[in-house]
Design a protein around this ligand. Structure first.
Ligand code: HEC
Length: 109
């Protein structure tokens, strides 16, 4: 009984993980299509990256696209204000991909 319940709990997780790894690294994909973004960042910056949840600012604003790649990498790696640091949670490649995607996302008019 216990084992079958565990199998039911683990199976969807396994499929979710394979789906995520099959999509990484989506350097040419958009920020909001990046599973890393949806998993780690969307809860504060919003699923559309337009911000507002828990005070996370829009990541497709002019201010963010004007921030240098090093500046963005620094914020994601070391955190800033209420923005948590991701140095130990994401790999350098994952952070790099996020930086590229943030810089290439078009700001909303
Ligand atoms: C707990 C909520 C939270 C999470 C999760 C979060 N952020 Fe943030 N983020 C913030 C807040 C709040 C700020 C504003 C910090 C400040 O300026 O004081 C911010 C700022 C930023 C900025 C700077 C924006 C600017 O224009 O200055 C970037 C870039 C950023 N976050 C990217 C990310 C990425 C990428 C992730 C996922 C890896 C992420 N954030 C996860 C809350 C969050």
């Amino acid at each position: 009984m216990k084992t079958s319940r565990l199998a039911i709990a683990v199976c969807p997780l396994f499929f979710a993980l394979t789906a995520v790894s099959a999509q990484t690294p989506p350097t040419d994909a958009t920020l909001t299509a990046n599973p890393v973004f949806q998993k780690s960042c969307a809860k504060c910056h919003g699923k559309t990256a337009e911000g507002h949840y828990f005070g996370g600012p829009s990541l497709i604003s002019e201010k963010t696209s004007a921030t240098s790649a090093d500046g963005l990498r620094n914020i994601i790696t070391n955190g800033k204000g209420r923005m948590p640091k991701y140095a130990s949670k994401l790999t350098a490649e994952e952070i790099d991909t996020l930086v590229k995607q943030i810089r290439s996302s078009k700001s909303k008019p």
